[in-house]
Design a protein around this ligand. Structure first.
Ligand SMILES: [Fe+2]
Ligand SMILES: [Fe+2]
Length: 121
């Protein structure tokens, strides 16, 4: 994935998320990968949410709602049959990849700009 942010922590974490999402496609499917993605996404979202709270970010609520939608999608996927077919692995991975790409190049960029202007980089 191209560079997503001038905040090193934010870009590094996004890159790890994209790599984990790519691994959903690996055959045979390893259900552990969704667990690892869940833990890492939670770590990343909580950090962004902490910045938003600490900096009184004006778009906190809508950004939090977007993170919550990802959390819900992932929770639903984790109930999927671990012996799922390759085509389902690809569609789950593609869905999450597209969602994340839109998110990091959209509302995460607004947050990045706000954080870069603040004194808490
Ligand atoms: Fe992010
Ligand atoms: Fe975000």
């Amino acid at each position: 994935m191209q560079k997503t942010s001038d905040l090193i922590w934010q870009d590094t974490q996004h890159q790890v998320l994209f790599e984990l999402i790519e691994q959903i496609k690996v055959v045979p499917f390893d259900p552990e990968i969704l667990q690892r993605l869940k833990l890492y996404a939670e770590h990343h979202f909580v950090l962004e949410e902490t910045y938003m709270r600490e900096l009184d970010y004006p778009h906190f609520e809508s950004h939090l709602e977007a993170h919550d939608r990802f959390r819900e999608e992932l929770a639903a996927m984790m109930e999927t049959d671990p012996s799922m077919h390759k085509s389902l692995q690809i569609s789950l991975s593609d869905f999450l990849y597209k969602w994340l790409k839109l998110h990091v190049l959209g509302i995460d960029k607004q947050l990045e700009e706000f954080v870069l202007k603040s004194k808490h980089k």
